[in-house]
Design a binder for this molecule. Structure first.
Ligand SMILES: [Zn+2]
Length: 217
């Protein structure tokens, strides 16, 4: 198999089940999921879920979506592939390169603040480190802490949520930081900004060198 001709097995798309047929079909099966580098068979789930950077028509990075969604945007003519993954989707009569970066063909005004406040994004902002003791832990060993406890009126906002290890979370309990002498924030939680958005995109895309030129200036 030559470089860039990876055959991937597309999982039956949800859209087809909903009556919206997609213009590609299954061709090859691959039973071994592993890293998708050019020339290798890659698992469909891995390739279809790989994060894709979405650029506005102006090349400004605006979002990250799964490869499957990115492919639909490209096939609908809404976006164009700017960078390829290396894997190729074999369709009926076509070979479609799987995208790594896509760009919308029409400029969209997107308020960046609308980006979802999620556990995943808070952990990414805080680089998976407990904001009280500094321990860097896998996501599964971190929780979110309300700096001002919910029981005392604290809100779930970017400014009031931090990554926290279970031990610090137990120690802090329902106290205000001002009531505790042995625990303090290593840094103020950053509100969501364009900077946070870029940081999160870099953290998600750090292994994909093709994203770099769009995220680093
Ligand atoms: Zn901690």
């Amino acid at each position: 198999m030559s470089l860039g001709k990876a055959m991937i097995h597309a999982r039956k798309p949800k859209a087809a089940a909903q009556g919206r047929a997609l213009p590609y079909e299954h061709r090859h099966e691959s039973s071994e999921p592993h890293e998708g580098w050019p020339g290798q068979r890659v698992s469909s789930a891995y390739t279809m879920q790989k994060p894709v950077l979405v650029l506005n028509a102006s090349y400004e990075p605006i979002n990250i979506c799964g490869a499957r969604r990115a492919l639909i945007l490209v096939l609908k003519g809404v976006a164009k592939t700017e960078e390829e993954q290396g894997a190729i989707l074999h369709a009926a009569l076509l070979r479609i390169p799987m995208p790594s970066v896509i760009r919308l063909l029409e400029y969209r005004r997107i308020p960046h603040q609308t980006r979802a406040l999620s556990r995943k994004n808070i952990l990414l902002r805080d680089r998976n480190s407990c904001q009280y003791c500094g321990a860097v832990l896998p996501a599964g060993e971190l929780t979110l802490d309300h700096v001002m406890p919910r029981s005392r009126g604290g809100l779930s906002t970017w400014e009031n949520l931090v990554a926290c290890c279970h031990s610090c979370n137990r120690r802090k309990g329902n106290h205000l930081l001002s009531e505790l002498s042995d625990i303090k924030l290593l840094r103020e939680p950053r509100p969501f900004s364009l900077h946070t958005s870029r940081h999160i995109m870099r953290m998600i895309g750090h292994s994909d060198h093709k994203w770099r030129k769009y995220l680093y200036y």
